[in-house]
Design a protein around this ligand. Structure first.
Ligand SMILES: [Zn+2]
Length: 168
């Protein structure tokens, strides 16, 4: 059990397309465990493996942050099966400390993934859960939430983004 440092914007690993996990090895289990500790410490809603510098197709969501009846969920090799609607919600990212912006994304999502024991599950989500799934899924594709901002917003944020890059 150990936290790992969260990779900040500017580190090229965040642009890598994460690789499929062929087998849930002890290393992967260890990574999941460390990511749980890291997410808890950061008090975030979601964390992708690439955000701790390991570009494999894995993310976790701590849904209890928004819904007390929920728990932490692990998504291995997730696939977005279906999306519907569009909604603009403010979101942040642990790789962009202090930056929050309204982003347009799908409102609903159906996702298929493996849990940490390798069991397949399908989940239908909306609201903040759908938002978090889509945000984390983007990380696996090397995509960041700034890519979904308008060119004008990105221009306005240029100074702050440069500061993050310099600090990483
Ligand atoms: Zn993020």
């Amino acid at each position: 059990m150990a936290e790992r440092p969260i990779v900040i914007y500017g580190d090229p690993v965040l642009r890598e397309v994460s690789e499929k996990i062929e087998q849930i090895t002890p290393e992967i289990k260890n990574l999941v465990s460390d990511m749980k500790d890291t997410l808890k410490k950061a008090q975030g809603l979601g964390l992708a493996a690439v955000q701790v510098g390991v570009p494999v197709r894995l993310f976790i969501l701590d849904l209890s942050v928004i819904d007390l009846s929920e728990t932490l969920r692990v998504f291995i090799n997730p696939e977005i099966i279906e999306t519907a609607g569009e909604v603009e919600i403010e979101e942040g990212c642990l790789s962009f400390p202090g930056l929050y912006q309204k982003i347009v994304r799908n409102e609903k999502v159906r996702v298929k993934a493996l849990d940490q024991d390798g069991n397949e599950f399908i989940m239908d989500a909306d609201g903040m859960t759908a938002r978090a799934i889509l945000h984390e899924y983007d990380h696996l594709e090397g995509k960041l939430f700034i890519d979904r901002m308008s060119p004008m917003t990105r221009t306005l944020l240029r100074g702050r983004l440069r500061k993050l890059t310099a600090a990483s």
